[in-house]
Design a protein around this ligand. Structure first.
Ligand SMILES: [Zn+2]
Length: 247
């Protein structure tokens, strides 16, 4: 049930017919895992907190570095040296004190991910490296919960939504190992992609619209274009290949 405060706080989005009070209740009851509170995690967490997602679990083991501040807008100059999850907890709680923020200061590994994901309705992939993305993908497939993928480099970014057992997963697109290197990025790129990921999460939770499934959206900020490519589920996929489900 929404409180009077909820009705005022979320008034403008409750006015959207596709959301309404029912959709808002769904958002309030949701528990979302955001893996990484850096460039992508910042806008995603801000908008999901503002939209009233009931519980947001944030996972990151890193501390704020001065070189993060050009894009990781959850963290400010005075936060340098502070744990990212603590800095994020403070900002998000100030933005919306009526939601729960659960900070988890851990490095995501194969052996702790099940515990980290436990109880969450979905995973937001806001990581900066593909090794961990594939761990998240595997975990999403194992738990049969959606994964909202986003990645950025320079002025370019991409996003895709994965419903395990139904739509193509990250591993379906696997084309061999990707080098793990520090990539250049300007803050507006994760802002665009993170906002798309947050939009997809809200749509999934409220049951609105067409999700970004079986297609990858590519953003090019230099040419200012969005392109979309069809991604087919790979029946021999190492992660989702043996999962039954509709195509
Ligand atoms: Zn797959």
């Amino acid at each position: 049930m929404l409180t009077k405060r909820d009705r005022n706080l979320y008034d403008r989005q409750i006015m959207i017919p596709e959301i309404g009070e029912k959709g808002q209740e769904r958002l309030n009851q949701a528990k979302v895992l955001i893996a990484g509170v850096g460039g992508l995690g910042s806008p995603t967490a801000f908008y999901l907190a503002a939209a009233g997602i009931g519980t947001i679990r944030l996972v990151d083991y890193d501390v704020v570095d001065i070189s993060n501040l050009n894009r990781q807008i959850l963290h400010w100059d005075g936060d340098i040296g502070r744990e990212k999850v603590d800095s994020a907890l403070e900002k998000l709680s100030r933005l919306n004190p009526s939601i729960n923020i659960e900070p988890v200061r851990e490095k995501i590994r194969e052996d702790n991910l099940s515990r980290i994901v436990e109880g969450c309705n979905l995973i937001v992939d806001a990581m900066d490296n593909f090794n961990v993305r594939y761990l998240l993908n595997r975990s999403a497939v194992d738990h049969q919960i959606p994964l909202f993928h986003g990645a950025v480099r320079g002025f370019e970014g991409r996003a895709m939504t994965i419903l395990p057992g139904q739509t193509a997963c990250l591993m379906c697109m696997y084309r061999g190992p990707v080098p793990e290197e520090k990539s250049p990025v300007i803050g507006v790129t994760p802002a665009v992609i993170g906002a798309i990921q947050a939009t997809e999460v809200i749509k999934f939770l409220t049951g609105v619209g067409q999700l970004l499934t079986n297609r990858i959206l590519l953003f090019d900020g230099i040419d200012m274009t969005f392109k979309e490519f069809r991604i087919n589920r790979n029946p021999h996929c190492m992660h989702c290949g043996n999962i039954k489900g509709k195509e």
